[in-house]
Write a protein that binds this ligand. Structure first.
Ligand SMILES: [Zn+2]
Length: 198
């Protein structure tokens, strides 16, 4: 996984202690880890651990009461071969998700979907639903993807003056849809080099 959160590098934990272990995803190195050392902070209602990632040594704050960690885990796969501007926005979309900013994560995802449609030949200045129609009608949606298209179209087709707060599960679906398109449009064609063509 791409390291979206800037790692601190090799760290030395002074007065490190043993901690109860929890399975979490390290947002620095992208691995699923079960750390059991770091620092312990006691507050009135909850135990807070500052775990040391056993693989990259970066610190992850874990709240035992809410079962939340910071930085939070990422969602969506890494995609190779993205143009720089798309990579930047896709990273921002996933970082917003990991920080529980689901509305802004989805706004970026929808912007990227519209951008992809225009880049693939759709007219500028259309509604979000029109862009999703364009992607569907021009072969960018895999077979049996109709339910996905309907869901994405419905989730994003609100007027600009409306404020709709977005939730986690819906955001995960939008990111899944976006990452699949990015994979098919950017990563897979680049994986097939000139020498592989028959
Ligand atoms: Zn790590």
């Amino acid at each position: 996984m791409k390291k979206i959160y800037k790692a601190y590098g090799e760290l030395d934990y002074i007065k490190e202690v043993e901690l109860p272990s929890h399975s979490i995803e390290c947002a620095y190195c992208g691995n699923t880890i079960a750390p059991n050392t770091g620092f312990y902070i006691k507050s009135q209602y909850e135990d807070i651990f500052v775990y040391k990632c056993p693989l990259c040594t970066n610190p992850i704050i874990y709240n035992s009461y809410t079962d939340e960690s910071f930085p939070g885990s990422m969602y969506g796969r890494d995609i190779k071969g993205l143009p720089e501007n798309i990579q930047t926005l896709y990273d921002e979309c996933r970082t917003n998700y990991s920080n529980k900013c689901y509305t802004s994560s989805q706004m970026i995802a929808r912007t990227l979907l519209m951008h992809i449609a225009v880049e693939q030949g759709a007219k500028e200045g259309e509604t979000f639903a029109k862009y999703i129609d364009y992607l569907e009608n021009n072969g960018f949606i895999p077979p049996n993807g109709k339910k996905w298209v309907d869901f994405i179209r419905k989730s994003g087709n609100v007027a600009n003056h409306q404020i709709v707060i977005k939730e986690k599960e819906e955001t995960e679906k939008v990111i899944t849809f976006l990452s699949s398109l990015l994979l098919f449009i950017y990563e897979l064609p680049n994986e097939m080099s000139e020498g592989d063509k028959t």
